[in-house]
Design a protein around this ligand. Structure first.
Ligand code: GRF
Length: 194
């Protein structure tokens, strides 16, 4: 008998291009064992919420993103089995990390552990990469633990730094790679979880 797909919640704070890429992967039948059923945001004006509405995915705006027990109630009520952070800028409360141990993923626009941790977000990551002079950066999907950007790595892909790159051009190149790896990482984790 075929097991039913694991309900997935995607957490966003803004644009949500990774969320869109996940929805696209789902439409193409690439998300093998999961189904995106919920889009959660800490910000009512997050662009990605509109994407969710258009795709017929339920949306939820958190009145208090630090209230772990309230978030857990919302997730449990919807049977959520996996959380994918996609540009979610808030800290996931410890109650949620504990309850979903090994089932929360995050995508980061660099080759962790390099250029990760507190302060490394958004364009700053790419500014730091360029300032370091490295010729290779990339994207990482990892399991979320209590420590910022430090959980076990699920999938990583390299992206070249090219001569003449600006933080913005590098960010755009890395983002395209993020879109290609996130659904693969989710498949990998769901496969492992069985
Ligand atoms: C991505 O670069 C992701 O790696 C980081 O935040 C950005 C979110 O972009 N965590 P988007 O909202 O998915 O377009």
């Amino acid at each position: 008998m075929k097991t039913p797909p694991v309900p997935i919640a995607v957490f966003i704070s803004g644009r949500g291009s990774n969320f869109s890429a996940l929805l696209d992967a789902q439409r193409r039948g690439r998300l093998r064992r999961g189904r995106i059923t919920l889009c959660v945001s800490d910000r009512p004006q997050a662009q990605g919420l509109e994407t969710a509405r258009q795709a017929g995915v339920e949306t939820l705006v958190l009145p208090d993103p630090s209230d772990g027990n309230a978030i857990l109630r919302d997730l449990h009520a919807r049977n959520i089995g996996l959380i994918a952070l996609a540009g979610y800028i808030r800290l996931v409360p410890p109650e949620v990390v504990q309850a979903y141990r090994g089932r929360i993923l995050n995508i980061h626009p660099a080759l962790l552990p390099a250029f990760g941790g507190k302060g490394f977000y958004g364009i700053r990551v790419h500014q730091a990469v360029l300032a370091s002079g490295t010729k290779t950066t990339g994207a990482t999907v990892h399991i979320v633990t209590e420590e910022y950007d430090q959980g076990p790595i699920v999938l990583q892909r390299k992206v070249p730094v090219k001569p003449g790159d600006t933080p913005e051009s590098l960010q755009a190149r890395v983002l395209r790679t993020e879109h290609r790896i996130y659904w693969r990482a989710i498949n990998r984790v769901l496969r492992r979880l069985g």
